[in-house]
Write a protein that binds this ligand. Structure first.
Ligand code: 13P
Length: 244
């Protein structure tokens, strides 16, 4: 069975109303058959992006979601149902910057993925090892543990997520995993997903640029990319989509 192919931009904590308007004006035209496109924007820009993307095939995304499913006293949190209400289709969970700077655990990430699915959103579940873990020969073990937590929490519903392999040492460093390094981890993730592995898209993230996108996307278990810095420059993002 063929798997959907995606290029998703993760703007992280970047943007302004003025800059977003010109960037999104270019992004609206990028999706085509066989190349799905999404953008995950800061919460405060969701309404703006929704309006600009309204008649396009670009999927609107957020970068995080609360694990809490019932409304209530959770200052600063944003629930999955609020995101759905705001027109969001997909949401990143478990980005390494959340795991690293906000202490998010495998269990919390799995709960966020479950909350997203329950509200009808597609969670983009990020996994990946640090440089120290890779150097210690633990890359497969760490990624397997992170994926396993999500599989255990979601059961068969794991077939509805997008996975993203983002080696922490490749994020924002200009140092990308080689296509072969990405492929071998992607293959292990696919195996860890069980039956769902046949259909769940697995994206690669970490210093994907126009120049290296084609070789990474050509690997058999790489179904696209989750793009940070290069998603902020219209021409670069367009070239990456074209490479898919
Ligand atoms: P860069 O593309 O800037 O390395 O970021 C990757 C990333 O973290 C996407 O979520």
């Amino acid at each position: 069975m063929s798997r959907a192919r995606w290029v998703v931009g993760n703007w992280k904590m970047n943007g302004s109303f003025a800059a977003n308007a010109s960037l999104l004006a270019e992004v609206v035209g990028l999706p085509r058959d066989g190349a799905n496109v999404g953008v995950c924007v800061p919460f405060v820009y969701l309404a703006q992006a929704r309006q600009i993307l309204a008649d396009s095939r670009v999927a609107l995304g957020a970068q995080d979601v609360s694990a809490q499913t019932a409304p209530g006293a959770f200052t600063g949190e944003i629930s999955a149902s609020m995101l759905a209400d705001a027109g969001v289709a997909q949401v990143i969970v478990g980005h390494s910057e959340r795991r690293q700077y906000h202490g998010e655990t495998d269990a919390l990430v799995a709960a966020k993925a479950a909350a997203a699915l329950a509200a009808g959103l597609v969670p983009i579940v990020c996994v990946g090892e640090t440089l120290a873990e890779r150097d210690a020969g633990q890359a497969f073990e760490v990624v397997g543990r992170q994926v396993g937590a999500v599989v255990a929490a979601l059961g068969e519903s794991v077939s509805q997520v997008l996975l993203a392999y983002e080696p922490v040492w490749a994020i924002g460093t200009g140092r990308t995993a080689s296509p072969e390094q990405a492929q071998e981890v992607h293959a292990s993730i696919r195996a860890a997903l069980g039956a769902a592995g046949a259909t769940v898209p697995i994206l690669y993230g970490g210093s994907v640029k126009a120049a290296n996108a084609s070789s990474i996307f050509s690997m058999p278990d790489v179904d696209g990319g989750l793009i940070g810095g290069a998603s902020l420059v219209a021409a670069d993002f367009a070239a990456i989509v074209a490479a898919l």
